[in-house]
Design a protein around this ligand. Structure first.
Ligand code: SAM
Length: 269
């Protein structure tokens, strides 16, 4: 009998924009993914193939896909090959927990890439980190919405924040969050499973929200304090006007916009 764990791999074909839109829409179920020239490989643990195929047919422009499986040993090797260390602005060095090298002159963050997001390899996280480096976090309270791997909470701590609350609505993130904080020797970040659309205490100096357009649209009306600095990511360039109109409606002012490929990250007050 083969007792090794097996993961399902969905390969989707289509334009990079259509692939990314689909992947981010079912991000809650995704363990990881990698983009190739003509296709993307999306990794799942337990997922109903029928459910996903129905979802793809009704909610995306993707017309072609195929399934395969990989076993435990190859999964670890795949992760190892895919998540190479990266440095951001020569200030933050992101690597996986199995990379042994450390960069003493940079903020060194180690992540176990068990989840799709929160390794820094995706543009939306990369820009959050870039943006965070441009603002002052010393002695600030931080709400990290959709914390995932906890990467932004770890960076907030390293940048000097004094109180951090991290929330995510997906209970599968909890173990990964806890282990990543431990790997980075941090034990004073509060974590809660919560849905930010029904979460009402937005009274923090800084709010981090790398989520997606629809959740960001839902939370903007709750950002009532002009003293709170809010970092919004997970926004496509093409949705900037829509977000901008909403920010005007609620009197929020844009401080800075970051763009990488088709993604935008907006810092507001
Ligand atoms: C794009 S990931 C961001 C992870 C990490 N913060 C980063 O910047 O890489 C988005 C996260 O938001 C969480 N999320 C999605 N909708 C949410 C909601 N309504 N309330 C709280 N968390 C949510 C997802 O479970 C996921 O972990």
């Amino acid at each position: 009998m083969n007792d090794k764990h097996t993961w399902k791999v969905l390969e989707i074909f289509g334009s990079i924009v259509d692939r990314e839109i689909l992947i981010t829409s079912f991000v809650d179920d995704v363990l990881g993914y990698e983009n190739k020239d003509d296709s993307s490989l999306v990794y799942f643990d337990n997922v109903s193939k029928k459910y996903l195929e129905d979802y793809i047919q009704s909610n995306s422009n993707i017309k072609k896909w195929q399934w395969s499986e990989i076993v435990e040993k190859n999964w670890m090797q795949n992760c190892h090959d895919f998540f190479k260390p990266i440095s951001i602005k020569d200030k933050v060095y992101l690597s996986t927990v199995w990379d042994e090298d450390e960069k003493n002159n940079m903020i060194d963050i180690k992540i176990n890439p068990a989840l799709a997001f929160g390794t820094g390899h995706h543009e939306t996280t990369y820009m959050m980190i870039e943006a965070m480096l441009d603002f002052d976090f010393k002695e600030k309270s931080v709400l990290d919405i959709g914390t995932g791997s906890g990467i932004l909470s770890i960076l907030s701590k390293r940048l000097g924040s004094n109180r951090i609350l991290a929330i995510d609505n997906d209970h599968l993130t909890e173990n990964n969050f806890i282990e990543n904080l431990k790997f980075n020797h941090i034990d004073d970040v509060e974590f809660k499973i919560a849905d930010c659309t029904s979460f009402i205490d937005y009274n923090f100096d800084i709010i981090l929200a790398n989520i997606n357009r629809s959740v960001i649209v839902d939370i903007i009306p709750n950002l009532t304090s002009s003293n709170t600095l809010v970092f919004l990511s997970g926004i496509l360039n093409s949705d900037e006007d829509l977000i901008n109109d909403l920010l005007n409606q609620y009197n929020r002012k844009i401080q800075k916009i970051y763009r990488k490929n088709k993604w935008s990250c907006i810092v507001i007050k």
